[in-house]
Design a protein around this ligand. Structure first.
Ligand code: NAP
Length: 273
């Protein structure tokens, strides 16, 4: 069988656990897959994408920050999952064409379900307005959340995302007041990559509210520590990573991973953190 190649493409990308996850599942399934972490700057993304699309060795890419929106724009065809968020975190390369998908949204919802969090009817706040936030907003709307508000450091970007879904939005300076009344707060910013939180010290959460950080390293991020201290229920991003990866695996190879394999993949990564 011809060896296939796949990659996670981003900048930065060295921290990504996707290569370990795909290596784990490839070994478990006996699949000969060469999977690498490809650091590509935003300026070089278009050229690298065009080259990869013309090669026949690639099954697909997992796309990470900051390229998801550009990946959607460059796709020859966009699956419905990537259309409304306007962000693709999976690219399939087939016969010289690229098809963009968004598995972040499904991975996010599946991780909530696995943790026992039901977003139906809840008041939600999404912090951030990048590719991941777009997937989260789409997922929360789809799952019947009563209300979703988008807050971002750059308010214009919050406006652009929120308007696509007809939602309220604002800057981060108003976050403290809004969060205190929310049932589900999602940190979809990249603030944690620099060791920080998008919220000010002492931010108040509603007792028992869910506080989900999409970041998965460290296991307890500054945002999660703030939420725990305020009586909220913190949840990290590892479950989402694994479940969006499982959805990408199905797109790449057509065979779905079972829940025990998904959980084994998550436990494997947990051991590496
Ligand atoms: P992105 O498109 O580059 O967007 C980054 C977002 O973070 C923007 O809203 C940006 O605000 C905000 N931001 C960056 N630094 C900040 C800071 N210091 N304070 C406040 N806001 C800040 O990135 P992305 O792809 O959406 O990813 C966002 C995060 O989600 C990353 O940490 C990524 O690792 C994580 N993620 C996890 C999973 C998972 O499976 N667990 C999946 C996807 C993403 P501005 O608009 O003002 O620049």
């Amino acid at each position: 069988m011809r060896q296939l190649k796949a990659a996670v493409v981003g900048d930065p990308v060295a921290h990504s656990l996707s290569p370990r996850l795909f290596a784990f599942w490839s070994k478990a399934r006996g699949r000969d897959l060469e999977y690498e972490a490809l650091k590509v700057t935003h300026a070089a993304f278009r050229e690298t994408f065009t080259y990869a699309r013309s090669e026949s060795v690639w099954v697909g890419w997992n796309v990470t920050l900051p390229h998801k929106e550009l990946a959607a724009q460059l796709s020859d065809e966009l699956d419905a999952s990537a259309e409304q968020p306007g962000a693709a975190n999976v690219l399939l390369f087939r016969d010289g064409r690229a098809i963009g998908y968004n598995t972040d949204a499904q991975g996010f919802l599946d991780s909530l379900t696995a943790a026992g969090c039901e977003p139906f009817g809840t008041r939600c706040v999404v912090l951030g307005a990048g590719g991941a936030a777009a997937g989260v907003v789409a997922a929360l709307r789809r799952s019947g959340a009563a209300d979703v508000m988008v807050l971002n450091r750059t308010p214009e970007r919050a406006a652009s995302l929120a308007k696509r879904f007809g939602l309220a939005y604002g800057g981060l300076e108003g976050a403290a007041g809004v969060i205190a009344g929310a049932d589900l707060v999602v940190n979809a910013t990249a603030a944690g990559l620099g060791g920080g939180s998008p919220l000010p010290d002492g931010a108040r959460f509603r007792e028992g509210a869910w506080a989900v950080d999409l970041l998965y390293r460290p296991q307890e991020t500054p945002f999660m520590a703030q939420a725990r201290a305020a009586g909220a229920r913190p949840l990290g991003g590892l479950g989402m990573l694994v479940r969006q990866g499982a959805a990408a695996w199905k797109l790449f190879f057509g065979d779905a991973l079972g829940e025990p394999e998904i959980r084994a993949g998550e436990a494997h990564l947990e051991g590496l953190l």
